[in-house]
Design a protein around this ligand. Sequence first.
Ligand code: GH3
Ligand code: MG
Length: 545
Amino acid sequence: MKKYQQMMYDRIKKTVGNWRNKGNVHEYEVYHLLHSIKGTAGTIGMDKLSEEAEALLDYTDVESEKLWGKTEWLPFVERIESAFEPSLFQDKTDEIKQTINFETPVSQPDVPFILIVDDDVEFVTHTKTFVEREGFQVVIALTGEKGLELFYQVKPSLIILDQALPDIDGIELLKQIFVKAQKDVVPIVMVGTSDCEENRIKAYEMGATDFIAKPLNMNVLIPFLHNRIRHRKHMLKQIGEDELTGAYNRKYLERELSSQLVMLKKDDRMAALSFIIVDIDHFKSVNDRFGHPKGDEVLKEFVHTFMKIKAPMDTISRYGGEEFAIVMPDTSKTEAFERIKAWRESFSNVTFNAGDNTFNVMFSAGIKEVTVNDDHLNRIIEQADKALYHAKETGRNKTQFYEEALEYTGLKDFVTIIIVDDDEVVRQMMTHHFNKRGEVAGRPVKVRTFPDGVAFLEGSWYQTDQQFMILLDGRMPKMDGIEVLQKLRETYGNKNIVISMLTARKGEVEVARALNLGADDYMVKPFNANEVAARIDRLLERMFN
Ligand code: GH3
Ligand code: MG
C-alpha cells in the first residue's frame, strides 16, 4: 500500500514541479489534478486526502481555460499537502517542502548588479560578501580605468565609487560616466575617506546621487541599496511607459528584449524565449465607425486583458499605433501560443458599446521563438513581423509561427548549402558549422551533403524556387569536380545556383578552368569553417539579394 501512496505522491510532486516552472496553469489542469487525487487516494486508503480533493473540486471547472497565477493555485496545493498523513511521509517532509517552495524562481533575471570601484581590497571583498548575501551581484574594479570598462560592459544598476583612486581621480571618473549614468538611471554612490564638507560638495556638484564616508555601516548599507534599486526600477518604469495603455514603450521593449537575450545566453536552464508581435484586426474601421476615443478604449482594454493572462515575467510594449510587442522570457513557442490563445479568448469576449451598437474586436499575432543562436534584435523583430503578416494574410484573428510564415512565403527565404566532397571530415565539419550557425547572409540555412559527384547529380535536391550554394570539391573519385561543374551548369543554368570550387592547391590552371566553366568562386583547402562562412555570407549577399 505504501508503495502506491509513494507513487501518487511522486506524481503530484512532478505535476506541481511543472506548474512551478510554468507559473500560470489552466483552471482545468487544477481540476484534473484534484480529480485524479480524489479517485486514486480513495482506492489506496487515503480517505482524508480523497475527501479534501473532492471538496476542492467544487471550486474548479473542468472546462475552464482560464489561466491561474501562482497565488491562485498555490493554496490548493497547500491544502493537498496538509492532507497527506504526516507519519507516512516523515522522511519526505523536507522534500515536500522543497517541491512546494514556489518562492524560488527558476531563473533570477532581476538580480541587480552593483559595481564597486575602489582600490581598498579589504573593503571591497568584505562589502562584496556582505552585499551578495542580500541577493545583489557585485563586480569589482580596483582602478578607475577598469571601473570605466566594467561600467560599459556590465551595465550595473548602481555604482559605489571611491573618491580617491590610484589612477583616475574618482571625481574625474564621475565626470566621465555621469551623462550615461543619468540617462540609464544608475545611481552613483560616492564613498569618501573622510566626511569633510569639501568632499561632499565636490561629489554632489559632479553629480553623485549620494555621498557616504568610510567606514560604511553594513546594516545601513543594505536597506540603502534596496532603497536606491527600488527607486531606479520605478524611474525606469516611468520612463518606459506608454501613457495611453500603460504598456511599455518601444524604447523599453528594445532594452528588455536585449537584456532577456543576454539572460538566455547566460543561463543554460532556459531553452528559449518567445517574442510576439500582435496587431488589432481592422482597427481603422473601429475608429472610422465609432470614433477615435472608442478606439483608444479598445487599445486600453486590449492591454488590460493581456495583463490578466500574462506570466509574471512577460512584458508588453506598444510598438506602433495598434501594434504591440511581447517578450515572454523562458517560454517556448508552444507555451507562448497557448498563452496568446487564452488572451484571444478573453479579449474576443469583451463587448464594446458605442451608442446603440455593440462590437467585438479580434487581433492577429506572430511568434518568433528566440534561442541562443539568435543574435540580432532587428532580425528577431523582423521575423516576428513576418509571422504576423502571414497571420493577417491568411485570414486574421489567429496566431502564426515564424516557421509557418517561412514555409508559406516560399522557400526563397531559405538558402540550401550543398557540400559535395569525398572527405567525410570536410562534410561533417561544414555541416556542423552551418547547422550551428543557422543562417547565411541573413537567411535560414539547410545543409545537404553528397560524398561524390554522381550521387549529387542523381540526387533530387533541385527546386526552381530555391537558392543553392554549392561547395564542390575539385578532385573526387568517380567523377571529377570539373565534370560535375559542367553538368551542373548544363542542367540547371546559373539563375539560383552559386558554386564555389574547393581546391587543394592554388593550381592556377585548375582555378582558371573552374572559373571558365561557371564556378562563381573558389576556396583553397585546408580552410577554417568560420572563414568559409564569412566568405559565403558576402558572396550570397551580393548574388541573391
Ligand atoms: P489590419 O487588420 O490589416 O491590421 O487593419 P487595420 O485597420 O487594423 O490596420 P491599419 O494599419 O490600416 O490601421 C491602423 C489604424 O490604427 C490607423 C490609425 O489611425 C489607428 N491608430 C493608431 N494609433 C491609434 C491610437 O492611439 N488611437 C486610436 N484610436 N487609433 C489609432
Ligand atoms: Mg491592425
